[in-house]
Design a protein around this ligand. Sequence first.
Ligand code: PLP
Length: 393
Amino acid sequence: MSFDQELTARLDALQAQGLRRELRRVDSPPGPRLVLGGRTLLNFASNDYLGLAGHPALQAAAVRAVEEFGAGSGASRLICGSLAPHHELEEALAEFKGSEAALSFSSGYAAAVGTLGALLGKGDVVILDKLVHACIVDGARLSGATIRVCRHNDLDHLEAHLRWAVGRGGHTLVVTESVFSMDGDRAPLREIVELKDRHGAWLMVDEAHATGLFGPRRRGVAEELGVGERVEVQMGTLGKALGAAGGYIAGSRTLVDYLINRARSFIFSTAPVPAQAAAARAAVALIQSQEGAGLCARIWERVAQAQVGLSCTRQSSAIMPLRLGDEALAVTTAAELRERGLFVPAIRYPTVARGQARLRVTLGAAHSPQDIEALITALASVRGAPPAFAHPP
Ligand SMILES: *Cc1c(COP(=O)(O)O)cnc(C)c1O
């Protein structure tokens, strides 16, 4: 077989399993509506929770940064690409998160992979929740540490792994998300902090879906639960509620100094463009403002409206999984919703386990109450969909 024949056979195999994916070109700016294939659809797929991706303050900050610092960064941060906008972003992030220091990366993916690889090596143990994001799994694998996987949110299983890991000589790092990306449920963070402290392990929490949304200062779930200072490594993305792009690590000055020296995805990669850093910094300021508080209040109003309308389990996140199981059913149901003018993505393996396909609805502050009504009506009428959103056991 030729190279292309071999790859065609692999793609055909994906197709046969309902797992082949393709890009959809979007011809509109971020917002609750998107233009796809010439049609305008109501968008329930975006992670732009607070509607900041299209916010004038972020756009203006990006434009100013381009005018002042150019389109590109010119080099990696450690060579000559560590521009003023990167430093201003990191100062703002540390203040926002209430940490000694923060480091920004080109993406959340790069933050996870670089940090795990820097902190861990052969002889160490990393304990992951079964449902953590692919970037954490990839970082754990690359690090060379021994990986132990816990059943989702299972504290007894976590404790068993901690007991096993302790006394093996190396370090032990527990990694979890605070709000899980595909189920929208939360980790029992307070209990996890207690456990890792009791066993002398370190903890890294990925707040990708929580930064900007939870806690009195909207730092995330760790703040809401009052355990932020006990988490060694706080991670998040600047590309979801913060509306820009990039990833961050917040923690001690020593942690940040260490990552600057050891995180390969940080060291061996061109610095993010100045516009990206400047937009993210504007978002950090906005999140902390009165306007940010208002946007946050609005998203929880929309979530409450949807939860009542869909009679689904109450959970405090803006992610609602409609579990369908079968991959092909998820794809056809998503297609029916598109016919009705709604864009809701079908999430399949490898993003979730095989046989756990789902529609994943994400709500945003930019949705109107009428948009939520349209969602409720459309979901009630698509054939094959179960009557309610089911929460994982
Ligand atoms: C999106 C996401 C990431 C990756 O962040 P990017 O900035 O998109 O690379 C990491 N962890 C979780 C849980 C995510 O949902």
